[in-house]
Ligand binder design. Structure first.
Ligand code: NAD
Length: 481
């Protein structure tokens, strides 16, 4: 059994009440570790420590060059501990090894290296004011104490996307991982300590939603950067209104995939399947609504179903596994209820629609599921399922499919499949989403912004956008008269 404690003042400690929660291996349903259930008093101590850390000479006096070296060292430590980190992510989250080893861990290291390079390039501006004999210049200053609240689907990466830019810009950071998957974040925090972050600059609070709520409500927290469900994002906006705390939100999605008549259908089937079932559909950019030109819908559906049925389902530790378990029994129940709603509302279940039995019965496994005869108004076409459930719907013309793709509260990602250069350029311009992929699975790169339109969130992460998210511009006027 592994134990994740709180990290406050660079010391590992139990919760003040000694309370702990349990984290479960989703492939077996068995407990694998415990985490400290932070209390309101622990949140207070964490925020006080983070404030001291933020204001300390060790942190504010650290030159950008040395701060860059610190971030680079964290990246090196992630690489040096890649095997153990990936194993932990697979154990706690259920991620197939090809994802934890091939994506999660290397991407986390890449993000720290990317922002290590930024520390020496956060520049200001001189404004051409019209008032005579005045110099007006701006610098970008850190916000202070930041609360970084993360979900369970890509725990290590999402922590890295927030922590690396928060540190690069000179903030103090309090991480609050999801209660289902705290282990890789605790490991990352340990690596930050080993890399030499000054006391109070990185803090770890584990526990459930109440810990997140206490952080959001805390007057000592200057910014909350949240990734998670849209419903919780809305609660955070309300709770943060008391002190007009800065809030960044990366929320849910319901990505449409538009397969045009001229698309390479085999490539579209392969890419869509990977885009839909990556991490068992537990990805915010997962493709879920498949709009396929009517002339190709039968070919697409039969190939999609055959390919989905052939995917190997199993524990993430098995190197041949493509589809791992869902994260929890609760989430499995949620996916089952969406499938039941699809059937009840008249969609046709073509494959899947059931848990996996036999040797995998005790884990939270669910078969890749394909529905046809789906109407845009059905629950499975409107709500984020966050599981391996795909809906195929025919379309006839471009104006129609654009209107249907955009008929959603979300706007995180979309994908277009076409061999026509003009369509590849013109269709994305009409889609209401933060990122549009063309002939491509969903990709994330630290150099490219990620975030959503509409109810998919506020702001962007990655690239220079994260520098903006974690700084405020400060203007100085100097009288030269
Ligand atoms: P969730 O919203 O239930 O929980 C996320 C985190 O918030 C957890 O750490 C949880 O403890 C905490 N929390 C819960 N209630 C809170 C409250 N009232 N105040 C403060 N913190 C609170 O999300 P989840 O189920 O862990 O993750 C799945 C969701 O995350 C999906 O909707 C998915 O689309 C979204 N997601 C979005 C992105 C993106 O980049 N847009 C990336 C990954 C996941």
């Amino acid at each position: 059994m592994r134990a994740a404690q709180l990290l406050i003042d660079n010391s590992w400690t139990d919760a003040s009440t000694g309370a702990t929660g349990t984290t479960i291996n989703p492939a077996t349903g068995e407990p694998i570790g415990s985490f400290a259930e932070a209390t309101a008093a622990d949140v207070d101590s964490a925020v006080e420590s983070a404030r001291r850390g933020f204001e300390s000479d060790d942190w504010q006096g650290m030159s950008p060059d040395v701060r860059g070296k610190l971030l680079w060292r964290i990246a090196e430590l992630i690489d040096e501990n890649a095997v153990e980190l990936a194993a932990l992510e697979t154990l706690d989250q259920g991620q197939p090894t090809f994802i934890s080893t091939g994506v999660s861990v290397p991407l986390a290291a890449q993000v720290f290296r990317y922002y290590a390079g930024y520390t020496t390039k956060i520049e200001g501006k001189v404004s051409p004011v019209s008032i005579p004999n005045q110099l007006s210049y701006q610098t970008r200053v850190p916000l202070g104490v930041t609360g970084l609240i993360t979900p369970w689907n890509f725990p290590l990466d999402i922590a890295a996307w927030k922590l690396a830019p928060a540190l690069a810009t000179g903030n103090a950071a309090i991480l609050k991982p999801a209660e289902q998957t705290p282990l890789s974040t605790a490991y990352l925090v340990e690596l930050c300590v080993r890399a030499g972050v000054p006391s109070g600059v990185v803090t770890l609070l584990t526990g459930g939603p109440d810990v997140g709520k206490a952080l959001v409500a805390h007057r000592g927290v200057d910014k909350v950067s949240f990734t998670g469900s849209t419903a919780v994002g809305q609660e955070i906006v309300k709770a943060a209104s008391g002190d007009l705390k800065r809030v960044g939100l990366e929320l849910g999605g319901k990505a449409p995939s538009i397969v045009c008549a001229d698309a390479d259908i085999d490539a579209a089937v392969l890419g869509n399947l990977q885009g839909a079932l990556f991490n068992t559909g537990q990805a915010c950019g997962a493709f879920t609504r498949f709009y396929v030109h009517r002339s190709k819908v039968d070919e697409f559906t039969s190939k999609l179903v055959a390919a989905a049925d052939a995917l190997r389902i199993g524990p993430g530790q098995d190197p041949d596994t493509v589809v791992g378990p869902l994260v929890s029994a609760e989430h499995l129940g949620r996916v089952e209820s969406y499938v039941a709603s699809g059937k009840a509302e008249g969609a046709e279940l073509v494959t899947g629609g059931e848990r996996v039995g036999g040797e995998l019965e005790r884990g939270f496994f669910y078969r890749p599921t394909v529905f046809t005869e789906v109407r845009d108004t059905m629950t499975i076409a409107r709500e984020e399922i966050f599981g391996p459930v795909l809906s195929v719907m025919p379309f006839d013309d471009m104006d129609e499919v654009v209107a249907r793709a955009n008929d959603t509260d979300y706007g995180l990602a979309a994908v277009v499949w076409t061999r026509d250069l003009k369509t590849a350029h013109n269709l994305p311009k009409r889609i209401h989403a933060g990122t549009i992929f063309v002939n491509q699975l969903p990709l994330i790169d630290p150099g490219s912004p990620w975030g959503g339109f509409g109810m998919s969130g506020w702001g962007r992460e990655m690239g220079e956008y994260s520098i903006d998210e974690f700084t405020e511009p400060r203007t100085v006027f100097i009288n030269l008269d």
